[in-house]
Design a protein around this ligand. Sequence first.
Ligand SMILES: CC(C)=CCC/C(C)=C/CC/C(C)=C/COP(=O)(O)OP(=O)(O)O
Length: 293
Amino acid sequence: MRSPPPDAREQRRPSARRRVGALAGALVHACHPEPTAAVTALGTALAVSAGRPAGGVLGVALAVLTGQLSVGWSNDYLDRERDRLANRADKPVAGGVPPPRVVAVAALVALAACVPLSFASGWRAGCAHLAAVALAWSYNLGLKATALSVVPYLLAFALLPAFVVLGLPGHPAPPWWALAGGALLGAGAHFANVLPDLTDDLRTGVHGLPHRLGQRRSRGAAAVLVLAASAVVALGPGRPGPLPVAGLALATVLVVAGIAADRGGKGVGAFRVTIAVALIDVALFVAAGRSLA
Ligand SMILES: CC(C)=CCC/C(C)=C/CC/C(C)=C/COP(=O)(O)OP(=O)(O)O
């Protein structure tokens, strides 16, 4: 068969702009876009509600965004063989697009950018945020497959409000309830995030805490942890107004109804309830922003 003339070949090859666009899209897909957006939005909203000035809010947003990008990309890079064995269609790096080397470089560039962006809030705040990012990398590098898998989530999410508060003028100490609320929310997020992948993970040798506890107990743990976060953030600052009381009441009703609906079911109810209560936690956190300092 005769090869097509060079002009036709040229037309069939995607333009450089299209290739860059496709690579950028694949990189976005590989960064864990939903948690990256959610944690960046939480950090930014906390900075606004705690009263950080506009420059400080921008600094927090960019530091958290680059930290999350580095964590998301390194996770998919390090898990690529396991994800390929598990046929994870939602993991583009396992399929080779974007190329693993590009993702590894992107993760390191994001991590390098995160360092000055974190220290822009001051050295205390910078250390708190970089410790959170280091904990998340330790999860990716191996802790996720051990009984301690929940520890990076507990500590990193406690350090997120600490990052925001330590960047305020005078560097006040973060209040206990913000640290405890963040830790409980992070632990709940770990159980909720792992639940859909429990079977695939076990097949590929990942035995984190949720895998050891099993589906049912992990679902319960996720719901109870996010509810405990609601209680701590609603009541911790003292004398709760009508909004925190309403949020806590709604979270309690949802968890009780979710656990009741879960009996004998497949757990979809409890999983959705966990996500809904985690959103209530975020709203309660933002509403309590003024008490952070
Ligand atoms: C404030 C801050 C830095 C918080 C981050 C805390 C933390 C431990 C994040 C890990 C995020 C992550 C890439 C999870 C993927 O887990 P997975 O590999 O179990 O799930 P997957 O199979 O869906 O990728």
